[in-house]
Write a protein that binds this ligand. Structure first.
Ligand code: GUN
Ligand code: ZN
Length: 459
């Protein structure tokens, strides 16, 4: 094992092509969060500035000002009055190759993997296909208002490069890593131990800390990784602990009951599903576990104590019939929660759809998810889960200017409902429940507007 090696130092945001600073002032209804909101609908953590000014200097937030405090003439003005400006959404759990299987009929998790997902992922062995798919995936994330993500590609090393390349083309923050699987999967996707280690080390060296990329060790889940492969992940986490804050770890945890039963049979020595990962040394402040539905109190306490985050994926949990995530109990245990799409188990890349589905999952359990908590969980809260909240997820001065301009209404119904709202929370809640990709007006990554036009012909 290549211990203690260091990836390349992070590249700064590319400087502008000319010497003078680029000064852009965006005027619109600015909304972000100073901190985690509480459970109520009136919350001091909410920062709403109608017709406010978002000042962006060379790709970073310079300042936020009220409507009556405009910048001087040196700032180029962009008039988005009547629109909502939010930090770009962050999706902490999504699968790049699964745009091919999104909305696949009639099955549950374990059969869905075999029937739809593994065949789609095997097609990434063709590097040209992987490149086209990766570029389409990144384009679609951005087109849905998501400007940063933690992503599963496939087991193919060239596909991981393709994904990081596609994100880098847009200057987008991306956390990803080669998927690791050495059992209970088709031969075409199965690792041999040497290749898994060699590829992971090569990819870490290439990508971790390069520009806005970071590397995540990505054992798919405890059913498809042997103890030896999970142990390799633990060793790599330790070996690179000092490199750019350390590597990430992403995997799935306690998603469906059948899956949990299977893990118990495969790992009889473990106290619980989470314990399989704990024994391999995979729990830490940069570990993100998708789903985390079927857990006990000891597991939640352990997740909190080790600083792990969970990626609640409501659209996927409903679509695959996996179960209802217990937000109140998980939050009360002190676990940090991000809301994620989990496409293609989830049925939309739009994080507003994830947030609206999250509300419904909680409603089924007699819980309430305010618009503030929902939006926090796809912006600053998700950034916190990824330990990147110094950089993204809000409009604090110094943050990278990843932000999205949304229309308040994309159709007559939205217009009608939003106009009737009597409070800010009512308005934003109605908006997030009804809005979708049609509401995206403009997307900015590091201060640069993304062209959301038709895809190139060869894609
Ligand atoms: N568990 C293991 N792999 C997957 C996957 O691709 N999607 C979901 N939703 N769960 C998984
Ligand atoms: Zn997943």
């Amino acid at each position: 094992m290549a211990r203690g090696r260091r990836a390349a130092p992070p590249a700064p945001i590319p400087p502008p092509m000319h010497d003078a600073p680029t000064l852009d002032a965006y005027q619109g209804d600015l909304l972000d969060f100073a901190a985690a909101p509480g459970t109520g609908v009136d919350d001091a953590a909410v920062r709403f500035r109608p017709d406010g000014w978002l000042l962006v200097r060379d790709g970073r937030i310079d300042a936020v000002r009220d409507a009556d405090d405009p910048p001087d003439a040196s700032w180029r003005r962009h008039d988005w009055r009547g629109h909502l400006l939010l930090p770009g959404f962050i999706d902490c759990h999504v699968h790049a190759p699964q745009l091919d299987v999104i909305a696949s009929y009639g099955t549950e998790l374990l059969d869905w993997l075999q029937r739809y997902t593994f065949p789609a992922e095997a097609r990434w062995a063709d590097t040209e296909h992987a490149r086209r798919s990766a570029r389409r995936f990144v384009r679609q994330l951005l087109a849905h208002g998501t400007t940063a993500a933690m992503v599963f590609p496939t087991v193919h090393r060239a596909g991981v490069d393709a994904l990081f390349d596609a994100a880098a083309e847009h200057g987008m923050a991306l956390v990803a890593g080669r998927v690791l699987m050495d059992r209970n999967c088709p031969d075409a996707l199965r690792d041999d131990a040497a290749a898994a280690e060699r590829d992971s080390v090569a990819l870490i060296e290439r990508w971790h800390g390069r520009g806005r990329a970071a590397y995540a060790l990505t054992p798919r889940f405890a059913a498809t990784s042997s103890d030896a492969q999970l142990a390799l992940c633990g060793e790599l986490l330790r070996a690179y602990a000092g490199a750019h804050g350390g590597l990430y770890l992403q995997t799935h945890l306690a998603e469906s009951r059948a899956e949990v039963d299977w893990i118990r049979a495969l790992h009889p020595q473990a106290r619980s599903y989470l314990d399989v990962y704990a024994r391999a040394g995979l729990l830490g402040a940069r570990s993100v576990f998708a789903h985390a539905i079927w857990l006990g109190a000891a597991d939640r306490a352990q997740l909190a104590a080790t600083g792990c985050a969970v990626a609640f994926s409501p659209s996927s949990n409903l679509f695959l019939g996996s179960g209802l995530f217990d937000w109140a109990t998980t939050a009360a245990a002190g676990v940090s929660i991000a809301v994620a799409s989990d496409v293609g188990g989830g049925t939309s890349l739009c994080q507003l759809r994830s947030a609206a589905d999250a509300y419904k999952v909680l409603a089924l359990q007699g819980q309430r998810l305010s618009a503030w908590r929902a939006l926090y969980a796809v912006t600053r809260g998700a950034a916190r889960a990824l330990r990147r909240d110094a950089e993204i997820g809000h409009f604090d001065p110094g943050a990278t200017a990843d932000f999205v301009v949304w229309s308040w209404a994309a159709d007559e119904l939205q217009q009608h409902r939003v106009a009737l709202a009597r409070s800010l929370h009512e308005r934003v809640f109605a908006w997030l429940t009804l809005a979708d990709q049609r509401n995206v007006a403009a997307v900015h990554v590091a201060g640069r507007r993304v062209a959301l036009d038709a895809p190139p012909r060869d894609d």
